[in-house]
Design a protein around this ligand. Structure first.
Ligand code: PRP
Ligand code: MG
Length: 175
């Protein structure tokens, strides 16, 4: 709701030319660092989806890990990391995608999800949607069912939501 959007908006820093010239980095670390705001955001994500609507939470490296761990702990489910290439030790599924800046590959362990488990996917920012598209694909390839996808911040002008359609995107704040 409007309170969550305001929380995110008030604790978001725009960092010009990071990680490369011409890119405006959206830094949500101030929100993570504010205990009361962080808790409210986590509780808001759980309330939005409903605590019985998912069996597992998946976090996208790197800031999605923080959100996913908190939601998992608060709801008593497990947490699965979706990682950058080469970080996971066992057999993985992998998906490559073009990022707003550069290219990347994400991986998930092949045995990460119990078949049919409903997976809530979390990340900090939705930009072009490449990261999210790859992740949702990986969740399904690893046997999960996507129960929902939440980001703290959506950059509306990059149209990531269209790219993910018809899968719904829940964003606490859209700019
Ligand atoms: C940023 C952000 C999202 C992604 C969104 O992560 O945290 O995960 O970009 O971009 P997209 O919608 O255009 O794919 P980044 O790839 O910079 O890596 P990091 O989270 O490990 O810092
Ligand atoms: Mg990221």
């Amino acid at each position: 709701g409007p309170e969550a959007a305001q929380l995110v908006a008030s604790r978001l820093l725009d960092v010009p030319d990071f990680p490369k010239p011409g890119v405006m980095f959206k830094d949500l670390m101030p929100l993570f660092a504010d205990g009361a705001a962080f808790r409210e955001v986590i509780d808001g994500i759980i309330a939005y989806h409903g605590r019985d609507s998912f069996d597992t939470v998946a976090g996208i490296e790197a800031r999605g890990f923080v959100l996913a761990a908190a939601v998992a702990y608060a709801t008593g489910v497990g947490v699965v990391p979706v990682r950058k290439a080469g970080k996971l030790p066992r057999a993985t599924h992998s998906a490559s995608y073009a990022l707003e800046y550069g290219e990347a590959t994400l991986e998930v362990h092949q045995d990460a999800f119990t078949a049919g488990h409903r997976v809530l996917v979390l990340d900090d920012v939705l930009a072009t949607g490449g990261t999210a598209e790859a992740t949702l694909d990986l969740v399904e390839r690893a046997g999960g069912t996507v129960a929902g996808f939440t980001v703290l911040l959506e950059l509306g002008f990059l149209e990531g939501r269209k790219r993910l359609a018809p899968r719904p995107v829940h964003a606490l704040l859209t700019v």
